[in-house]
Design a protein. Structure first.
Length: 654
């Protein structure tokens, strides 16, 4: 294999609105190219200039990039700073009364907190942590609902130099136990429970179950925020209510100055072996990318009302809720609930009510909202929106067009962002005031990001071809290591295939004849059908382009004749069909894919469901789909599935 075939063509181009270009932080492609040229000409000088202008340093750095122990790169490593100071203290003199967070609860109740109030809350909780003996370098596990308190807990850890590890509030007790053990956490911060879609979901009992599994003896302290008011057991000497922990604590706390390379957080991501990988990020480099991408990708302006719908349990919630917006002094919206409760107009009503100007969400949410009510956005005043964003997976062109026309009224650029837990921040993205947009393309790398698409030998593939996405030079917010497993880090991200030279993203991608990048799915989601290597994302996009289809996921299964067969799991905009109806629609969709892409991509199996198997964060569990496609028994943990009953529907083939 030298390349992956790119079979999807997209010729629609949408230039940025002229008025946005005039006021943009990066105004026009010439400005973008000038920054790229500066980074090419003087790589370290470029990043040094950004770090000096965007970050507040307690001790200035003199060395920009240390490559002596590659791939364990170090950035600005003789400098000192504090992430919480950069997010909060810097605003106290200039805008203490500006709203930092607008929090909307599941039931619609709204709470607002200013930068001054957030600073005092963080300081009180930081002092509470110190009072429990937590110190620089200790690890604190956070298992919280979406809430202002989750941000406070993360910022408080950063303030005292403790390393936080946030676990998504939908994960199981086993997931918590594994992470407490692996990180060596000395404390856990949680809540009695959370509300999602009108339902109460317990959290503290899950923590108790995790600790009871054993191996968590190092976690001497559990601090519990009272969110739902439900009765939960509290173990004397170990468990403490948040309100009691902060009672009497001073509302100021001197920041602990840490080295630029000090671990700000560990965030666990799924590994192919089943053992979660603790992705470790530094303080300075990570924070720099968070700030720059707020200003470049979202064209941040002080008047913006910014809303990222991600959960703080994911890296998107770290970078684009807890750190990036606050470091820029933004007013941001946080939301506890789900987009379809109490109805599918919830997102649009919130954008209207809070005057949101920049909206950042996932393609999964977009597709589910199309299915739940594609005309609903037209009932709300979305006129203040100026920029839309997409994150988490490639957005197929038809969902892109709906988002652009129906939500953005054909006037809001869509920043289709590519990045990963491991990259720390956005790396490839349109710039709203510069880049002409192509639906389904994340367009071009940011200045200073040396991305390329290569074949298996590491050679750049020609335009119009697909291959393996790599980053050829280190960048400040990159993963530093896998916690406690440096060999796994090297093997996973700097494989010997490329002599350890390039960061391997694990994604397939293509560049069209104008250089636009399109993500084609994970490398392990590439299908080999009769000798043709096809990216699953392109087949999914073709299916979703059919007017009947709301969502589709494609996987491969072994086939005696073709090597691999295409198996498609499809959610229609209408009721799930059965019998002759299912057979008829399946044939229509096969013919449609043949017309859109070619007969080689026609799905051999099509299975219809009312939904796809997803985690509570909206991520499609493709491993389960692969098992279903092969007819295997499901042995993987399904405790994090939002909808486990869907698996039975998807066993039926049309």
């Amino acid at each position: 294999m030298s390349t992956i075939e790119s079979v999807l063509t997209e010729n629609r181009v949408f230039p940025p609105p002229p008025e946005l270009v005039r006021q943009a932080n990066i105004p026009g492609m010439d400005a973008y190219r000038a920054l790229c040229a500066e980074a090419e000409r003087d790589f370290e000088g470029f990043w040094a200039r950004q770090a000096r202008s965007e970050l507040l340093w307690h001790k200035a750095f003199t060395k920009v990039l240390d490559e002596s122990k590659a791939p364990f790169y170090r950035w600005f490593h003789d400098g000192e700073l504090n992430a919480s100071y950069n997010c909060l203290d810097r605003h106290l003199k200039v805008q203490p009364d500006k709203t930092a967070i607008i929090f909307e609860a599941d039931d619609g109740a709204v709470t607002k907190v200013t930068y001054q109030e957030l600073y005092h809350d963080v300081c009180k909780f930081a002092n509470a942590l110190k009072a429990r003996g937590i110190k620089v370098g200790d690890r604190v596990l956070i298992y919280m609902p979406m809430s202002i308190q989750a941000v406070v807990a993360m910022q408080a850890c950063a303030r005292i130099g403790a390393t936080h590890s946030v676990v998504f509030g939908g994960f199981s007790a086993k997931s918590i136990q594994e992470r407490v053990v692996d990180a060596g956490a000395v404390a856990i911060v949680t809540a009695d429970g959370q509300f999602r879609g009108g339902r109460e979901i317990p959290l503290k009992p899950v923590v108790d179950e995790a600790i009871a599994m054993g191996g968590c003896d190092g976690a001497k302290c559990v601090i519990v925020y009272k969110r739902t008011g439900s009765s939960v057991p509290m173990k004397p000497g170990r468990d403490l209510w948040w309100s009691d922990a902060v009672a009497g604590q001073a509302d100021t706390c001197e920041p602990t100055w840490v080295n630029a390379e000090h671990p700000l957080f560990i965030l666990y991501t799924s590994g192919s072996t089943g053992k979660p990988k603790g992705v470790q990020h530094s303080t300075a480099g990570y924070l720099l990318q968070a700030i720059l991408t707020m200003k470049w990708t979202f064209d941040y302006k002080p008047s913006d009302i910014y809303w990222c719908t991600a959960d703080v349990g994911w890296v998107t919630g770290h970078t684009y809720i807890t750190y990036g917006p606050l470091a820029c002094g933004a007013t941001e919206v946080m939301f506890e609930g789900v987009p379809t409760y109490p109805d599918a107009g919830r997102f649009w009503k919130m954008i209207q009510d809070h005057g949101v100007t920049v909206f950042y969400t996932a393609p999964t949410a977009i597709r589910s909202l199309i299915k739940a009510g594609g005309e609903l956005p037209k009932k709300y005043d979305l006129s203040k929106l100026r920029i839309l964003g997409s994150v988490g997976e490639p957005i197929n062109p038809e969902a892109w067009m709906w988002y652009y026309e129906t939500v953005g009224r054909s006037k809001c650029p869509i920043v289709d962002t590519w990045w990963q837990t491991e990259t720390g921040g956005i790396l490839i993205t349109p710039l709203p005031g510069a880049t002409p947009l192509k639906p389904g393309s994340c367009t071009f790398p940011l200045p200073g990001i040396m991305a390329d698409i290569v074949d298996e030998t590491g050679h750049t593939v020609e335009l119009g071809k697909g291959g393996i996405l790599v980053i050829k030079r280190p960048w400040p917010s990159m993963i530093r290591t896998i916690w406690g497993d440096p060999e796994r880090f090297k093997k996973s991200y700097y494989p010997e295939d490329f002599q350890g030279r390039y960061y391997l993203a694990g994604d397939g991608a293509s560049r069209d004849l104008e250089g636009y990048i399109r993500i084609m799915g994970r490398i392990d989601d590439v299908l080999n059908v009769s000798g043709h290597r096809l990216g699953t994302m392109e087949i999914e996009s073709a299916l979703v382009a059919n007017p009947m289809v709301a969502e589709a996921a494609v996987v491969g299964r072994p086939d005696d004749l073709t090597g691999e067969a295409v198996c498609a799991f499809v959610v229609l905009k209408q009721a799930r069909p059965g019998g002759a109806d299912a057979d008829r629609i399946a044939k229509e969709l096969r013919d449609w894919v043949a017309k859109e892409i070619g007969a080689i991509a026609k799905p051999k199996d099509i299975r219809f469901g009312e939904n796809l198997p997803k985690t509570r964060s909206g991520k499609i569990m493709r491993r389960l789909l692969r098992s279903l496609a092969k007819g295997e028994e499901i042995t993987q943990d399904t405790s994090t599935l939002e909808n486990p009953a869907i698996l039975d529907q998807l066993r039926q083939v049309s």
